[in-house]
Ligand binder design. Structure first.
Ligand code: HSE
Length: 452
């Protein structure tokens, strides 16, 4: 390990990517260098930063010669001990990380997709060489989640992880809920609200504010949350949950009416990422859901994230904070860097905290039992409700409450909002299939789980 002029040992860092997160990491390493050196017993130095465009304006000043347009400059530099990958996406990031490991370098990454899909294999490659891959920044930005799941909760048998883990969608849903509440208040005063308050308006606002990307698919379809849930569930349950095993629904079909009815019934709508251990396996899902207003996660609004973990020794533990952005995410990357630097200084290298204990089966939603909210457009005439109730009853689904909404006397149409008691998903789905084919039913407009 090189020694600098002040007699301190130096640990070299190479960045792949110098965008929002990479720039934040470089800035923190430069501005807080002395503090970090005191904490880990070595000076951490950015030796190289690989970028696509060397002429781009940066938010951080790096010494001449550090910025390069060649990733090989990072991967082949013998003075680099730790490579930080912050470009995201499966490839070429995966190839770069493998090359870094092959070159004997530890890795810190913020890459949720890659870790969710290939984390165990990449860690095995690293551990076989006495190296480590750290990925705190891959889930929940600045909220400590990976270290608690990997290490601090290790003594527990974790039975449930419930999370709001995507800031973009939480911002959109919070906006829709607020517009829905305003609309409801106006209607109560006999005033028909303006048409704002739908999904498209809320998404457009989030894009204007930089909370949603120009192509929001990854966030609004729930994929980003599913990657993060796969990582948390794999670590927490000490098994392997692949993103493809997670039932994933997005938020694009929600309407302001669902928010209005949720509010009236004492619920909020959140995109929830839930993984639970039941007797026969794990059920994992990302979907918009009704949540009682008094649940802690129901109060997590805007771009904030929160994760509720239940351990058999700890009981419920709640983590909450900013799940994205340059500063929170760089906090997580730098924490991993400091941890690795300290381990290098101490001479002990990889920490084997992924630790699967065997494969727990991941079950389909058929095995789920919960309560359900169903909104159905119907012909408003005698006997329609009885038909719907009969089909639900025939499948063993018991109705807890039913309301008639938005009746249009001229068109003789109405909306029925049905809340069920606890029921099996396979039974509810079978009943809904039959309800949708009734001649008196226009469509089943919404179907949401009640997760309370
Ligand atoms: N769009 C993501 C979010 C960024 O809103 O949570 C962090 O993964």
């Amino acid at each position: 390990m090189p020694i600098n002029d002040s007699g301190q040992r130096e640990i070299g860092v190479g960045l792949i990517g110098l965008g929002v997160v990479g720039g934040g990491v470089a800035r923190a390493l430069i501005e807080r260098r002395d503090y970090f050196a005191r904490q880990v017993g070595a000076s951490i130095v950015v030796r190289r930063a690989a970028v696509r465009d060397a002429n781009k304006q940066r938010t951080v000043d790096l010494p001449p010669g550090v910025i390069s347009t060649s990733v090989d400059d990072v991967l082949t530099d013998p003075s680099i001990d730790i490579v930080v990958e912050v470009i995201g996406g499966e490839e070429p990031a995966g190839a770069y990380i493998r090359a870094a490991i092959a070159a004997g370098k530890h890795v810190v990454t913020a890459n949720k997709e890659l870790i969710a899909k290939s984390g165990p294999e990449l860690l095995a490659e690293a551990h076989a060489r006495g190296l480590d891959i750290m990925f705190e920044a891959s889930v929940g930005g600045g909220i400590p989640l990976i270290a608690p799941l990997r290490r601090d909760l290790l003594a527990n048998r974790i039975t449930s992880i419930r999370a709001i883990i995507n800031g973009t969608t939480n911002y959109i849903l919070t906006s829709m809920a607020r517009e829905g509440a305003v609309a409801e208040a106006l209607r109560k005063q006999g005033i028909e609200p303006a048409t704002r308050g739908g999904y498209a308006d809320a998404l457009a606002d989030a894009q204007q504010l930089g909370y949603a990307e120009p192509d929001p698919t990854n966030d609004v379809e729930g994929y980003d949350a599913a990657f993060k849930l796969a990582i948390m569930a794999s670590l927490g349950f000490r098994t392997r949950v692949h993103p493809s095993q997670i039932h994933t629904e997005g938020i694009t079909r929600l309407t302001s009416r669902d928010f209005q009815y949720a509010h009236e019934l004492g619920y909020v709508i959140k995109l929830l990422a839930i993984a639970e251990v039941i007797d026969s396996g794990i059920i994992a899902r990302v979907a918009p859901a009704f949540l009682p207003q008094d649940e802690p996660l129901a109060k997590v609004d805007g771009v904030y994230n929160a994760v509720q973990v239940v351990g058999d020794l700890t009981g419920t533990v709640l983590f909450q904070g900013r799940g994205a952005g340059a500063d929170p995410t760089s906090s997580a990357v730098v924490a991993d860097l400091l941890d690795l630097a300290h381990a290098i200084v101490l001479g002990n290298r990889e920490r084997k905290y992924w630790g699967p204990e065997g494969e727990i089966p991941v079950l389909g939603l058929d095995a789920l039992e919960t309560r359900y909210y169903i909104r159905v457009g119907v012909t408003d005439r005698p006997g329609v409700l009885a038909q719907i109730a009969q089909l639900l009853g025939a499948h063993g689904v018991s109705i807890a409450a039913v309301n008639q909404k938005e009746a249009d006397a001229d068109a003789r149409t109405a909306e029925r909002v049905i809340m069920t008691h606890r029921a099996r998903e396979r039974d509810v789905q079978a009943a809904i299939g039959e309800i949708a084919s009734l001649s008196t039913v226009g469509q089943v407009s919404a179907f949401l789980r009640v997760e309370g």
